[in-house]
Design a protein. Structure first.
Length: 204
């Protein structure tokens, strides 16, 4: 990654570095979750197939929601980030623009390298969806991420959670893993990349 970034156009370096940072943090999550599940005692263990790429993309989308939530406008319905009001003062922030470029790059990376059934702008669309949940007065965005993970990581063919005891413990564990996501570290890392480059254009 460090070698690749030095070959890029200067305007792309920070968004690229931010995208790689988000993907690295998402990978930490998708490596840790199945490991914890395997450590569960009987009879809580299960043999669910772990849909790595789908959960990986979901977590990346959630991280971008966190990064961009303070810069998103408050539309009455869900819109694509590119359709947000350009006159919104929060969206002319150069740091916000960098994050939006990073989100686009991340979406492209995931689409080109992950499972073929993940749509082109999946990560971007998930970030927008979490923003809509965040704006809702009767929904919790963390619960939204937990429910999304459960929905795709489920042994039931009909898409509904299995009610046997082995399905309960993983749900609790997923909630715990999501609650312990290093949100502040992700935000700080992406902000530091931007500030470092702004202070020293030759930093990377």
């Amino acid at each position: 990654m460090n070698q690749e970034i030095r070959t890029m156009a200067d305007a792309v370096k920070v968004p690229y570095a931010q995208a790689m940072t988000v993907l690295l943090f998402a990978r930490v999550f998708t490596k840790g979750l199945p490991k914890f599940i395997k450590q569960l005692p009987e009879p809580f263990k299960n043999n669910w197939t772990f849909p790595h790429d789908r959960i990986f993309a979901e977590v990346a989308g959630f991280y971008y929601f966190v990064l961009l939530k303070d810069f998103m406008s408050q539309p009455t319905d869900e819109k694509d980030l590119d359709e947000e009001d350009d006159n919104d003062d929060k969206l002319v922030d150069p740091y916000a623009d960098t994050l939006r470029q990073s989100l686009y790059l991340c979406s492209q990376f995931v689409h080109s390298l992950a499972d073929s059934d993940i749509p082109e702008m999946f990560v971007s669309n998930r970030a927008i969806s979490y923003s809509a949940i965040h704006r809702s007065k009767n929904k919790n965005v963390v619960d939204g991420l937990v429910n999304s993970i459960i929905k795709v990581w489920n042994p039931s063919d009909d898409g509904r959670p299995s009610l046997d005891i082995s399905s309960v413990s993983p749900v609790i564990l997923i909630q715990s893993c999501v609650s312990n996501m290093p949100i502040e570290e992700v935000v700080a890392a992406c902000k530091n990349l931007y500030e470092e480059k702004a202070k020293n254009p030759n930093a990377f």
